[in-house]
Design a protein around this ligand. Structure first.
Ligand SMILES: Nc1nc2c(ncn2[C@@H]2O[C@H](COP(=O)(O)OP(=O)(O)OP(=O)(O)O)[C@@H](O)[C@H]2O)c(=O)[nH]1
Ligand SMILES: [Mg+2]
Length: 362
């Protein structure tokens, strides 16, 4: 009997201990969860509240037979308002549907229905509101408001229709429907820095080393088909978002390869990190071509604050190329190896220096 009890306890606590142990070695966040950390666009359906109905009623009191109409108006439905909040950093907290509350209906004794209070959507500074590609608002100030859907007006009660011609109107109107629309919210800056390079240069590998993002890495071109954003966290809690942009190829500005859409993403980053595969024959050629593609897409795009990340320095053929590259370009060259992690700390520091020396507005 006693033994059985002991065994039972052992099983129970043993289970708990194992659970604890699992907790400590909890697996890393899944890619799906990580991608939620930084969301740069959202499609949102907004449905404002409808107005409350007007009431139709007549005053009634003892000894006062013809009290007259006293139906009140309905209240207005809730507006949906986008509000900029500098504490919000990405669109991950924005839901896909917002519905405003309906206004209250009017009632007898001339009681008006209550207006519904507006529904707010908190977005980061630098959010664009678009509808079918057309920009409706560019929200760049903390606290800025934009009413994206208007609530319906309340209906009129029958008291409203009282006139000399009609002393006993029965008419009361229903509340109007709230406005309904589908808008795209888009962050003007997608990330602070973009990793720009040809396929297979090691952009995704680098992002995995310097940030929490886990984009797929493989030894064939076009492994990455959509941008990934990783967050680099510094000791003073400053966080910088770095985007892994899918590989560009010559002619990308003519929509070749994965095309123009990714150049558009680069446009939304303030700092550029050109990732070169140093084991290739002439890595400086890659740099020239990348700049050419960017500038063809948008003049001066490649002239943003930039640095060259000379990757794959662990490979023997890379070492000879490094000096040659340095003599041909005048940008900062940071030799790293995403594979071994060599010198990536230097890259992280340099990124911060670039961020600090080029404030947002410059
Ligand atoms: N030896 C060596 N190999 C590397 C290094 N960095 C990346 N690689 C390898 O290069 C290949 C391509 O790496 P990815 O990180 O997928 O390259 P990418 O630039 O993201 O490529 P796309 O997504 O196709 O544009 C993989 O096989 C990596 O293991 C490095 O520093 N040294
Ligand atoms: Mg990749």
């Amino acid at each position: 009997m006693l033994l059985e009890k002991h065994m039972k306890l052992l099983r129970l606590y043993g289970g708990l201990l194992i659970q604890r142990a699992h907790k400590h070695t909890a697996p890393r966040l899944s890619e799906k969860k990580l991608s939620r950390c930084f969301v740069d666009h959202r499609r949102v359906k907004v449905v404002a509240g409808s107005g409350g109905n007007g009431a139709s009623s007549f005053h009634s009191e003892p000894r006062k037979e013809w009290g007259g109409p006293d139906g009140g108006n309905g209240g207005a439905g809730a507006d949906i308002i986008i509000r900029v909040n500098r504490q919000v950093k990405s669109l991950s907290s924005v839901s896909t549907v917002y519905r405003g509350k309906d206004g209250e209906a009017g009632s007898s004794q001339n009681c008006f229905g209550r207006n519904a209070s507006p529904t707010y959507i908190a977005v980061p500074v630098g959010t664009l509101v678009k509808e079918e590609g057309r920009t409706l608002a560019d929200l760049s100030q903390h606290g800025q408001l934009y009413t994206v859907a208007y609530g319906g007006a309340g209906g009129k009660g029958n008291r409203f229709f009282l006139s000399n011609e009609n002393r006993a109107p029965l008419t009361a109107t229903p509340g109007e429907k709230g406005q309904e629309r589908v808008v795209q919210l888009e962050l003007r800056t997608m990330a602070h820095a973009a990793l720009v390079g040809f396929p297979n240069a090691g952009k995704s590998s680098l992002l995995r080393v310097i940030s929490n993002a886990r984009p797929a890495v493989a030894a064939y071109p076009f492994t990455t088909l959509k941008p990934h954003v990783g967050i680099v966290t510094y000791r003073d809690h400053q966080q910088l978002a770095v985007a892994d942009i899918p590989g560009l190829i010559p002619g990308a500005h003519l929509n070749r390869g994965l095309g123009v859409s990714f150049l558009r993403h680069i446009e939304r980053c303030r700092l550029l990190l050109f990732v070169l595969d140093m084991s290739s024959a002439e890595p400086w050629e890659q740099f020239q071509q990348l700049c050419f593609e960017l500038d063809q897409y948008k003049p001066q795009l490649s002239h943003r604050p930039r640095a060259i990340v000379a990757n794959k320095m662990d490979l023997p053929e890379a070492r000879g190329n490094l000096e040659a590259l340095r003599s041909r370009v005048h940008q900062t060259v940071i030799p790293v190896s995403a594979l071994t992690g060599h010198n990536t700390a230097q890259l992280i520091l340099h990124l911060r220096e670039m961020y600090d020396s080029y404030p947002q507005n410059s």
